[in-house]
Ligand binder design. Sequence first.
Ligand SMILES: O=C(O)c1ccccc1NCC(=O)[C@H](O)[C@H](O)COP(=O)(O)O
Length: 235
Amino acid sequence: MNTKISALIRARKQAGFIPVIPDIKCISPKEGDLLRGRDPVEVAKLLAEAGAPALSVVTESKNFGGSLELLERIAALTKLPTLRKDFITCVDDLKITKDCGAEAILLICAAQPFSLLIKLYEEALKIGLEPLVESHTKEELILAGKIGAKLVGINNRNILELERDDGTVSATELLAKYKPKDAILISESSIQTPVEAQAAIRAGADAVLIGTAIWQAENMRECYLALSRGMGDYV
Ligand SMILES: O=C(O)c1ccccc1NCC(=O)[C@H](O)[C@H](O)COP(=O)(O)O
């Protein structure tokens, strides 16, 4: 599957939906166990069928309970592109990601020096991985623009605090205007309700990436659909 996440986000938007990328995350450092006995691969399947344009899979194990095996299993079951979310620090990580069947990789502006970020960005493109360049400040968004990033994230929480902070969608509202020109913008983390998803889109995001709210919903499919429509009871 070679379709880029950015193209699928555009298509979902044109179809009149808020593009919601579900985050397959086993543990939240803030909320604890999210699986509660469920199989994350089955959940990924359910959310793909509900209309997700792509699937995000957290592979970091120590704090988020993820694994490369999980990424591999999800990439094998779906035709959708999968995004690997982890702390990527070397070129070998990119090759491993590609070998797992992922199409996209998260690169965090704050996680390494600029020179390494550029190297990872260019190497990712070279081996056919779509890089999502993640920022949390105005300066990092400007950095993403300097790299030439076409797919950019604003993490509403601080990933360097392992997302234990009380970030809100107001980070996207504050920062979206600094996104690189023509880039597709994804608002990530701390989005709980259809109203907040809508607020992120109104602020200039093209898509939202949501984990906890979907995992904690009584009915994951209904929650996903309500977020995609920007309306519903999941408040
Ligand atoms: O986003 C990162 O930089 C990251 C890096 C390594 C491991 C996990 C990482 N983020 C976790 C997430 O992406 C969040 O789970 C995601 O944004 C969803 O957030 P929420 O809806 O608040 O669960």
